[in-house]
Design a protein around this ligand. Structure first.
Ligand code: PMP
Length: 437
């Protein structure tokens, strides 16, 4: 029985595990946007591997690519050696990138997870620049390994294991609902950029020459916070003027989720380093760092690893990329995201505890607030994580899996697969509306 599975899990697996605590099911089957538990209950999966499953669970195209590879006796484990599968994956990955970036780019395969790409990128820019400090942003999320955690803005995840990597400095991110400057929109963006520039130019700040700046175009775990294009362009200008490598963490945003294949394309910038994971493995683990060749200053073996370049993941990933491109899933993500946000705004109009709805493409966040508390200077109410958890629980009971995020854990996050249909978006919105009410 389901309870039997859950009891065994509770006995064997630490309570520190994350998702299953609030999603108490044993999953028997998964297909597309749906997962089915061992009792036969079906759920819309709007967590989708924390944004990993661009094509949903077990897409036939990804499965066929993996089966093909297994049936042909192609090598599964090759350390860093190349294979025809890897060669094709790299070719088409490069072709998918803006040519101004791709023409100067090199690729480094990393360990299986996103955090591995973050670790590699930090070593890369430190080696290339000879500098030691890093600049990151409040609310940013880059992973749970020591280096990646050091760059993560959320203190809650860090205090138990500090000290971490030294010399990481944090700057305010343009969180317009609770803008750190008390001013949202255009003016807030300008003041925010001006502040960062002043700090970079202040010889007393100790951050004048970081080895790199790492940023998410849309903060995901941090509460689905899109950065204004103008802000990102300013960050690019400042870093270029000062010869500071700009690392764009596209681990969650990459491959169409935000309505562009790569989220940095919204602002039209060209980063020095791009990090990819999640969707690129077609549901299997894979991560890469793509970087300007001028940064390729490390010596052979400077960043080794046994499980870099998972062939099965590359086969599934390549099939996923082709499907995204041939089926226009990038445009569809934009349209589906707009449709979802539109429905959510209808709910918001009658539910004052929905403080903010924001996102880009199929990264949509709903910030739950307490409207009875006092609003701050720009009219935003305090986050209400308890209510957010209740809403998440009610969604689950009604057949919808959503995750929470944000600095206070009060942002309901929707990350459905890009293949979600308009009809499914409507059904998901109806469940959420009923749960919230
Ligand atoms: N960066 C970003 C932007 C992420 O969203 C995540 C995962 N949520 C990571 C890095 C870390 O990836 P992983 O969990 O695979 O280590």
């Amino acid at each position: 029985s389901q309870q039997g599975y859950l009891n065994r899990q509770a006995r064997r697996e630490s309570n520190a595990r994350s998702y299953p605590r609030r999603i108490p099911i044993a999953i028997r089957e998964a297909k597309g946007i749906f997962v089915t538990d061992v009792d036969g209950n079906q759920y819309f999966d709007c967590l989708a591997g924390a944004g990993t499953l661009a094509l949903g669970h077990n897409h036939p195209i990804a499965i066929a690519a993996m089966q093909d590879l297994l049936q042909q006796n192609l090598p599964l484990h090759t350390l860093d050696l190349t294979t025809p599968v890897k060669d094709r994956f790299v070719e088409e990955l490069f072709a998918s990138l803006p040519s101004a970036f791709a023409q100067n780019a090199k690729i480094q395969f990393c360990g299986p997870t996103g955090a591995d790409a973050v670790e590699a990128a930090v070593k890369l820019v430190k080696t290339a620049t000879g500098r030691r400090s890093m600049l990151s942003f409040h609310g940013g999320y880059h992973g749970m390994s020591h280096g990646a955690l050091s760059l993560t803005g959320n203190l809650g995840a860090k205090h138990a294991v500090a000290n971490l990597m030294p010399d990481v400095h944090f700057m305010p991110y343009p969180y317009s609902y609770r803008c750190p400057f008390g001013i949202g929109g255009e003016l807030g963006t300008r003041i925010g950029c001006h502040y960062i520039e002043q700090v970079l130019d202040d010889p007393e700040s100790g951050i004048t020459q970081p080895a790199g700046v790492i940023v998410e175009v849309v903060q995901g775990e941090g509460g689905v916070i899109p950065s204004p294009d103008r802000w990102l362009r300013e960050i690019r200008r400042m870093t270029r003027d000062r010869d500071i490598p700009l690392i764009v963490d596209e681990i969650q945003t990459g491959w169409g989720r935000t309505g562009r294949l790569y989220a940095f394309e919204h602002a039209g910038i060209i980063p020095d380093v791009v990090l990819l994971s999640k969707a690129i493995g077609g549901s299997l683990p894979l991560s890469v760092v793509l970087y300007h060749k001028k940064l390729d200053r490390w010596s052979p073996g400077a960043h080794a690893g046994t499980f870099r370049g998972n062939q099965l993941a590359m086969a599934a990933g390549l099939a996923t990329l082709r499907y995204i491109q041939t089926h226009n899933l990038v445009d569809r993500a934009r349209a589906s995201g707009d449709r979802l946000a539109g429905h959510l705004r209808h709910t918001q109009a009658e539910c004052p505890w929905i403080g903010d709805i924001r996102g880009r493409g199929l990264m949509v966040g709903v910030e739950i607030v307490n409207p009875e508390a006092e609003a701050n200077a720009i009219g935003s109410y305090p986050a209400d994580p308890t209510l957010a958890r209740e809403i998440q629980g009610e969604c689950f009971r009604r057949g919808l899996i959503v995750e929470l995020g944000g600095r206070h854990g009060a942002v309901v996050r929707f990350l459905p697969p890009l293949i979600v249909t308009a009809e499914q978006i409507d059904q998901i919105s109806e469940i959420f509306d009923a749960a919230v009410r």
